[in-house]
Design a protein around this ligand. Structure first.
Ligand code: NAD
Length: 350
């Protein structure tokens, strides 16, 4: 693994994983810290090895840290970085962080909710359209000399109903795009008020109703104790014959074993999945076997624009944490759903 040399004895900021050169440069010029970017480091084990390989350097030198979802922030890890003051995940989701352990250790933490919404909403529609227009099969057919278009009869979106599970930042953008296609939009989100639904042109429905009445459905909730496995067999049984279900939120929200059973039983629907229980998908994953499933490798935020924006958002948030100033995504978050789920058991919602 390549490492950068530590050049001074200033307090240390380590930036793991993919991160823009502009974000690193901004941190170097604004922080007063030594800033080292370790692009190949994703996990805690890789971080330990890489920092161990840096000259004059130990995990205990780290005051600020940036990572992504594979960097699991646990009580055990925090014990190894006794001088860590601030951690930022350069992602929207934060279910890989033990919030209680961070609070106990007084490590300030933040996520980056502002940079990924447009890209994730666009990927949602890329998957809906890939299913509706049978793009997997169409592309394969276009490469043959037969051009047999009979099996490629798809669906149009205009005039149909789109259902949104979780009407937050991404869900609201998805709603606007659905309206652009000429669709009626229904949504389920118990933590948003009626004005919010009206503002985004959505009709409020229950979860079962959402699956029963929608032609296309997309999932945009965070992963919590409430949403884990929330979409399951009963919802697949409610699907219309030609429905399309897309998940760009978190794999665990949709019960994969129920979906596999539904597909094996030749149940209705076409499915677009960007997120999974295990990532990368295991080679023997049953999901790989079904032609009516379109798969992408968790690329909701994988665009040039989102990458640049989130790197800068994470850099600024880390500085905010270290200087005790406002950040775009403080954790625990102030949102109603988080408070409600936390109160269920009194600690972390995950
Ligand atoms: P957000 O916090 O703005 O919106 C989440 C919405 O879900 C909120 O309106 C909240 O009220 C609602 N919600 C919470 N619990 C619910 C429940 N039990 N039932 C129904 N609704 C509930 O978050 P966002 O920016 O829209 O992102 C949503 C999720 O998308 C993130 O948590 C992240 O996991 C995922 N994400 C994935 C990618 C990707 O690469 N595929 C990229 C960005 C975000």
């Amino acid at each position: 693994m390549k490492t950068e040399k530590r050049t001074s004895l200033k307090p240390l900021i380590i930036v793991c994983d993919r991160f823009s050169a502009e974000g690193t440069a901004w941190l170097k010029s604004h922080s007063g810290h030594e800033v080292i970017h370790l692009p190949e480091v994703q996990t805690v084990a890789e971080l330990e090895t890489a920092v161990g390989n840096l000259p004059n350097n130990q995990l205990s030198d780290i005051e600020g840290l940036i990572g992504r979802t594979k960097l699991k922030i646990t009580k055990d890890f925090l014990a190894k970085v006794p001088n860590l003051k601030g951690f930022v995940t350069a992602t929207v989701g934060f279910d890989h962080i033990d919030l209680q352990a961070c609070a106990d250790r007084k490590v300030a933490i933040a996520h980056c909710p502002d940079s990924h919404s447009a890209s994730a909403a666009e990927l949602t529609w890329a998957l809906v359209l890939a299913c509706a227009k049978k793009l997997r099969a169409a592309e394969a057919t276009a490469r043959t000399q037969t051009w047999n278009r009979e099996p490629l009869l798809g669906w149009q979106l205009d005039g149909k109903t789109h259902g949104i599970f979780g009407l937050g930042r991404i869900g609201a953008r998805v709603a606007r795009m659905a309206q652009g296609f000429g669709m009626r939009v229904v949504a389920h989100d118990p933590y948003r008020n009626n004005q919010w639904f009206e503002k985004h042109g959505c009709e409020r429905v229950g979860v079962d109703e959402l699956f029963h009445m929608s032609d296309t459905v997309s999932l945009h909730v965070p992963m919590t104790r409430e949403t884990k496995g929330r979409i399951h067999r009963i919802h697949f049984d409610l699907l219309k014959p030609d429905s399309i279900i897309v998940n760009t939120s978190r794999g665990g929200v949709l019960k994969e074993e129920d979906l596999v059973l539904h597909l094996k039983n030749k149940g209705p629907g076409t499915f677009g999945l960007d997120v999974f229980n295990y990532e990368p998908l295991k080679v023997d994953s049953e999901l790989l076997k079904f032609p009516q499933v379109v798969l992408t490798p968790h690329i909701g935020a994988t665009t040039h624009e989102a990458f640049k924006a989130v790197s800068m958002e994470a850099a600024k948030n880390l500085m905010g944490l270290l200087r005790n100033q406002a950040v775009s995504g403080p954790l625990p978050p102030p949102e109603e759903w988080f408070k409600a789920v936390s109160e269920l058991a009194g600690t972390s919602p995950f």
